[in-house]
Design a protein around this ligand. Sequence first.
Ligand code: GAP
Length: 437
Amino acid sequence: MKNVATLDKIFALSKRRGFVYPAAEIYGGLNGVYDFGPMGVALKDKIKAMWTRDMRTSGKDIVFMDGSILGQEKVWEASGHTANFSDPMVDCTNCKKRYRSDDDGFNIEKPCANCGKTAWTEERAFQLMFETQLGAVSGSSSVAYLRPETAQSIFINFKNVLSTSRVKVPFGIAQIGKAFRNEITPKQFLFRVREFEQMEMEFFCQPDTSKKDFTWWLEKRGNFYKKMGLDQSRVRFREHATNELAHYSSYCTDVEYEFPFGWKELEGIAHRSCYDLSQHIKHSGKELSVFDEAVKESYVPHVIECSVGVDRLFLTLLFDSYREDEVEGESRVYLAIKPSLAPVPAAFLPLMKKQTAAFKPTFEKIRDKFPEVVFDETGSIGKRYRRQDEIGPPLCFTYDYDSDNDLCVTVRNRDTLKQERISIDKIEDYLLKTLAE
Ligand code: GAP
């Protein structure tokens, strides 16, 4: 299917319909940082709930944790981030604009895109972690970092989780939480931002089975994107070349999505070997190996990691579901999101304001079961349909002139525009059936 979505259209719709706003907009915004509005929160919650459920029902033992965002300096020294987590950067000495020199489109042989001069600094490494000081006294002992990945809280709590949960290797620890990176050039809206959420799962396994486990998780994660309803012609797997691997990875395959700005990483699935646990054993002096009863030997588990950004997946879903068509000579924009992921499951529309009192009790009853349904009574019915289509409820229930008498409403399908008349007491079943699709 031809994709008509562009970054500008998605950005405008996100703001217009309360999905995403530039952070601190009334003060001019903050580069690479965004706030999520009511619809944004609803959509993010659906994405996170689906991922959580998919992990919990994966067929493997997966437990959840929620680690702190502030991380002690020693954690990041051990993990290798202090030394290795940087991007190559150059500055234009004329206009002072800063570039990531490994970015698509950047060429040091060419003049600065901002001022047209060729006056580059030497390429140097730019540390991506945000550093801060804890407490009132500054000094190296009070240095802390905002975590650039959630994974390290999992590794440093490996033994805590193992000894307090009824799990043993092989098992996974999953986490959804904020991560921060001082990206040199945040860009493409939510694609590369400085503050974002990650959904990460670290699967601890035996070294001998780790290759098989890696392949198993690749398939599992591919199925997740099918279940989300993403256009499969825009999803592919890409294995990393050796020179692309992060410092902790033995090998890695990205799930990529074809955005309007090209094929880009959506999720990284990495074999982290025993790198992280071994580093923390070395730096903390604590025992993080496990004992294998079968062979009576201790070993450090290997780790398969599945890591995807909530914000990046959110953007992917907007691109993937954005549609334009024409209805009765007027152009229409709608989000064809899978019904169970739609931020609003259904909208309730009284044809005229004076029908609000008659329809509100039905709406309130349904809202007790489906809390995100909305009641929309302002503007012409055509305008309300357009407004709702841009948010993406799969169904709109309209109370009209005949409803008082026949106790029926009209239900309109977002994608097919088909309208049916159904009894008011069948609304709940109708909605349930649609959300199960
Ligand atoms: N723990 C492994 C890790 O953090 P990564 O490839 O750097 O690996 C994992 O990040 C995922 O987090 C990416 O695939 C992407 O979805 C998301 N992500 C990373 N940096 C991001 C950024 N600056 N803005 C938005 N999402 C980001």
